[in-house]
Design a protein. Structure first.
Length: 173
């Protein structure tokens, strides 16, 4: 789960090590993509170029409340068109969710960083992906062609870790 039943990330799911990892990754990204309920709320947030998924518009539009943001309805335009509108033509894209956003990109990820806090339970919470809890996040990532790679411990005291799930690229020799 990535949020409680109210779609809010509770304090018990916030860990300093995870926050540092997340912040560093966003600082390296050329573009942030998220749903209208997600926002990283960090000091560098206003400087980050972003695409915000929404159903309130037909296709693509500038965000009137944020000059660094482009609003995008995937039903009305391609991701490439949204990137073009945002002025981003190459680089690293960070997809920060939520579950509907993650699902859109599931077959496009090069790497998905799955953080886990095994000592926190949110039984009625918002799942990280559609299909959870019927399937584990790991099963869903594997079903989309991603394989678990290296893991890093982010918070030893609370057992919080992050694992890189990477797309296998096959080359003929």
């Amino acid at each position: 789960m990535l949020a409680n039943a109210d779609r809010v990330m509770p304090d018990e799911l916030k860990f300093e090590g995870d926050k540092r990892f997340f912040t560093a990754a966003l600082d390296r990204a050329d573009l942030i993509v998220h749903g209208r309920h997600s926002y990283e709320d960090q000091p560098n947030s206003p400087r980050r170029k972003r695409i915000v998924l929404t159903r309130t518009i037909g296709s693509i539009a500038p965000d009137p409340s944020n000059p660094m943001a482009t609003l995008w309805n995937p039903a009305g335009a391609s991701f490439e068109a949204a990137c073009d509108q945002a002025g981003v033509h190459s680089g690293t894209v960070a997809i920060i969710g939520g579950p509907d956003v993650f699902e859109i990109f599931m077959d496009r990820y090069d790497t998905f960083w799955l953080s886990q806090a095994p000592r926190v339970g949110l039984p009625e919470g918002e799942p990280c992906f559609p299909g959870v809890p019927g399937h584990s996040p790991q099963e869903i990532l594997a079903a989309h062609g991603l394989s678990a790679g290296e893991s890093q411990m982010l918070d030893i005291a609370d057992g919080v870790s992050v694992t890189a799930w990477r797309r296998m690229s096959w080359r003929k020799v």
